[in-house]
Design a protein around this ligand. Structure first.
Ligand SMILES: [Fe+2]
Ligand SMILES: [Fe+2]
Length: 514
């Protein structure tokens, strides 16, 4: 709970009398490169003219408010929300050193137009004490704190830290727009040069929400890699609300415990609102305006024993969402997970049949509009499909495993009948949401060439490769998808086989460095 800050309750941090310093904007002034080409057709067949992306926003990187960076200086700041997507913000960060300082999130809403020095230097109106735990597998501490009940229509300025250990720079999270808004999605990132190109382009591309579809740092058990990833991502994640799904590489970090520790997400869908708020949920849902998002593990963390519970959660959550869509409360249902369902990546085509058995039936029953995934390191967009065949009542799969971990090739046999667009390279998908419509652009950069060596590099010249529009389902289609949730006697009747197949799939996923 946020409390008005009592200036007598604890001393103000020691601060130099000078203005805070800014690093000259590493991303300021860089314009999005050419926007052209690509297929451009809506899912109902109408031609679409690709729109140029909005102008980039200069984002100078502020410096921490301290001259000496001690071990307890906050690092790896990232923003998300565990409650309402408009009126709550959660900040998660890390500190080093033998002890964890009692840490705080300080914040204030402010009016657009406030000068940058006031944004950095003005006193904060509220502070809330962070909860702290040991960071999984490394001698550090994870802190998280939520600002709740904030003004949903004004930007939020905040910093985190402690008088004892030091304070972060002041960052700004913009309010979530209500009518037209956008989000970006990609998966399969990492810490090398290709991932950095993608991150820089994402920073240049305005969006209100970032959806990361798993295989995030590729730490593979080395927890210091996570620290590098969060450090590289802080200029982006400290400012942009981000939700993540665990991938098969997250499973290599203590079976997913690192993911649960280092991110803060909404609770599981079936969590009682009176129960403890578990920040480590790996499957969760939330509304962002008229879009309902469900994030699943797709069995990536099957070793933690929660997959049966997750399947029941998925069923109930999507059943509720389908009823809410019929009542006109939402327009779209989007599922994000790491694993693809259908794919044409070389060596993985044509499908992950375990997932089809596990999930596609549920997605189709409740009329999921979009399934946004990663895992396969290519871009591929499907037509609305059902069991691998185009079907106007089916879902569109957006496979965007092109965060830069590597660049893979399409299957030698070409693409399947459901495939409407594909691309070999790096990049991300940008979704512009308005009432009843989602305009999707895939923004990509090719590798130097298609050889194994050439695919390790890119000049980072991004352009719009593919565009499509998704329209909200008709009232008739919505009514057909408003079905009662099924119980464990149906969903889990073949769970032994599902679990065996999922274990086998996860083992095979690593053979191709998934
Ligand atoms: Fe993967
Ligand atoms: Fe991957």
């Amino acid at each position: 709970m946020s409390l008005p800050r009592d200036p007598t309750s604890r001393p103000s941090p020691l601060r130099p009398l000078t203005r805070r310093r800014f690093v000259a904007g590493s991303v300021a002034g860089l314009a999005l490169t050419a926007c052209g080409g690509g297929s451009s057709r809506s899912t109902d067949g109408a031609l679409i003219t690709p729109e140029p992306m909005p102008e980039p926003i200069p984002q100078p990187e502020p410096m921490p408010d301290t001259e000496v960076l001690g071990p307890m200086m906050p690092r790896g700041l990232h923003s998300s929300f565990m409650g309402d997507s408009h009126s709550s913000r959660t900040i998660t960060w890390f500190t080093d050193g033998g002890d964890a300082p009692v840490s705080w999130l300080e914040f204030s809403s402010f009016d657009v137009g406030l000068d940058e020095f006031s944004i950095q230097d003005d006193a904060f109106e509220f502070s809330v004490e962070a909860s702290t735990s040991e960071t999984t597998g490394i001698d550090s501490f994870t802190h998280r704190a939520s600002a709740v009940g904030i003004d949903p229509d004004r930007p939020l300025r905040y910093r985190v830290g402690s008088d004892e250990g030091g304070w972060s720079a002041v960052y700004v999270v913009m309010p979530s727009p209500r009518d037209e808004w956008s989000f970006i999605h990609f998966g399969d990132h990492g810490i090398g040069e290709l991932p950095k190109l993608v991150t820089e382009e994402v920073m240049r591309t305005p969006a209100d929400l970032l959806m990361l579809a798993g295989d995030l740092s590729y730490a593979n058990g080395d927890q210091q890699i996570w620290d590098v990833w969060f450090e590289q991502m802080q200029p982006l994640l400290a400012r942009r609300l981000t939700m993540a799904a665990p991938g098969n590489h997250e499973e290599k970090d203590f079976g997913g415990e690192t993911f649960k520790n280092r991110f803060s997400h909404p609770p599981k869908p079936l969590t009682s609102s009176f129960g403890p708020n578990d920040p480590g949920s790996t499957f969760y849902s939330f509304d962002f305006n008229r879009v309902h998002f469900l994030v699943t593990t797709a069995g990536a963390l099957i070793g933690d024993g929660t997959l049966p519970e997750e399947l029941l959660n998925i069923e109930v959550d999507l059943a509720n969402a389908a009823f809410r869509r019929l009542r006109g409360e939402i327009d779209f249902i989007i599922v994000m997970q790491h694993f693809t369902i259908w794919t044409d990546q070389l060596d993985r085509s044509p499908a992950n049949f375990t997932l089809v058995a596990l999930e596609e039936n549920i997605f189709l029953r409740y009329g999921v509009d979009l399934v946004i995934v990663g895992h396969d390191h290519i871009y591929q967009r499907s037509a609305p499909m059902f069991l691998g065949l185009p079907n106007p009542l089916g879902y569109v799969q957006m496979m965007v495993g092109t965060g830069g971990a590597s660049i893979r090739l399409l299957d030698d046999d070409g693409t399947q009948i459901w495939s409407e667009a594909s691309f070999v390279g790096i990049g991300f998908a940008h979704y512009k949401v308005s009432k009843g419509k989602i305009k999707i652009d895939y923004i990509g950069a090719p590798p130097l060439d298609m050889s194994d060596a050439g695919r390790e590099y890119s000049e980072g010249i991004f352009e719009i490769i593919d565009s499509v529009e998704i329209n909200a389902k008709s009232l008739l289609a919505c009514s057909q998808c408003a079905m009662p949730a099924r119980g464990p006697e149906v969903l889990l009747q073949n769970f032994e086989a599902i679990a065996a197949h999922t274990h086998d799939r996860n083992r095979r996923a690593f053979r191709h460095c998934g």
